[in-house]
Design a protein around this ligand. Sequence first.
Ligand SMILES: Cc1cc2nc3c(=O)[nH]c(=O)nc-3n(C[C@H](O)[C@H](O)[C@H](O)COP(=O)(O)OP(=O)(O)OC[C@H]3O[C@@H](n4cnc5c(N)ncnc54)[C@H](O)[C@@H]3O)c2cc1C
Length: 488
Amino acid sequence: MADPAHQDLLPDALQRLADNPRVTVRRSGPPRKEGKCIACWIQRAQRALDNPALDLAIALGNELDLPVVAFFAAISNFPGANLRHYRFLNQGLPDLEEDLAERNVSFIVRRPPHNKLEAFLAEVGAAMLIGDENPCREPERWRRIIAQRLHIPYWTVDADVVVPSELFPKHFYMLHHMRPKLLAELPKYLVHTPAIKARKEWRRPRGLESFPVKDDITHGWRSLDRSIAPVDTFTGGTHAALHRLQHFVTHFLADYPKQRNHPEADGTSRMSPWLHFGHISPLTIALAAEKAHREGKAPRAAVDSLLNELIGWRELAVNFVKHVPDYDSIECAPEWAQKTLREHARDRRDPSYTLAQMEKGRTHDDLWNAAQLQMIHHGWMHNYLRMYWAKKILEWSPGPAQAWEYAVILNDKYELDGRDPNGYAGIAWAIGGVHDRPWFERPVFGTVRYMSGASTGKKFDSKTYIRQMLSSTANEPGSEDASTPSLF
Ligand SMILES: Cc1cc2nc3c(=O)[nH]c(=O)nc-3n(C[C@H](O)[C@H](O)[C@H](O)COP(=O)(O)OP(=O)(O)OC[C@H]3O[C@@H](n4cnc5c(N)ncnc54)[C@H](O)[C@@H]3O)c2cc1C
């Protein structure tokens, strides 16, 4: 959205680009007159395909007759990121460079201590800065700080949702409140966007530094947590994401409504790690599903079921994190849930486990342990078990606030898709009744929805799942002799 106080400073064509609910003008004003390029700061949306931030940078460049340079600053202390996350991110950089080149956009990667955005903007003589959005606390704070420090216009683009989140200015308490509004916007936003090319070639200034994308960006980072090994179940990057997407829509989408609750089957898209790193856009996935339907490969109901998760639940999670400041602690729970959890905070926990026992998957519950092993060794857990997993953490922890904290710690540490609005919303749903309603009163949970091991284990072939996890996680994650489970 344009800052009205500065609208008169922009030429009409630029104003039209700014008048888009996906765009936030964080620093207004006209492009720097003597500017030599448009800089596109890639943070969350690490892709060239279906990336509205890149599309905007290219459109501006073409309008102003300037080339576009994309910039990625690797930082060694991203909150909660460990070697597993960085390896996945690193695997995506060569695809990004290749796909940007297709659009006539150059790519500069920098590592500390040479990764300062302002120094880069000065070196390339940027006329404007275009970035992406991330509703999580720290990344949003960084964007605000940068906006205050810059001397050139800085616009960000809400690139990782189908419907711009700005259209929903307050938190929706339930998906069924948000869904009709999302559906009303879909015809406008669920459409193919052409991959326009930058008209003007960028001449790289002599000696301008860029880190080779295939090299290890973490090399020499002494404070990086390397204890969480990379996994070989997922390969980062847009190309691997598209490959998996194609496989999913061709073979599994038709049965998605039935199979999505079967952790022992490979029935879901597994797009979440790539979505988290912005290697793929939700739009690309949604359009691939629509295409599969048009080609007769999947019924309408299957596509709708996928879109309900991909756009409904996922964009509700973005809405939640954007508007609820304490999204990762018990303070964000609705009043009824806080009250009931407080009333049951002193109920006897039997059994009760420490964080260390749970982390190692050493509980009495084989199904829970298997799910924990899936997360530790494969960097991903099936949705059905994520719900069960978090609810058992509530049941076995000393109190609800600790349970919440433990769930966030484990989820963010081991899941490739962790540190994501979806994770915070998922934990808030499971432990704090967020986006849910009160159920029947029972110990520990109060009226927060309960899931029992006995009934959960009967809804799918839990014995097969446990066997799969035990056989596939016998070795250290990432080790060469780690046997690949049939599931991956
Ligand atoms: C306790 C708990 C923790 C979770 N932690 C995370 C997390 O850290 N990161 C994460 O991306 N998701 C998380 N989820 C949501 C969901 O479990 C995963 O997104 C999903 O399992 C990913 O698998 P998939 O890509 O095969 O999903 P699919 O079933 O193929 O769905 C397609 C996409 O829709 C979105 N989606 C699916 N289910 C949900 C959901 N319940 N809520 C929001 N979006 C959804 C995801 O982006 C997913 O990739 C969590 C859920 C719970 C209950």
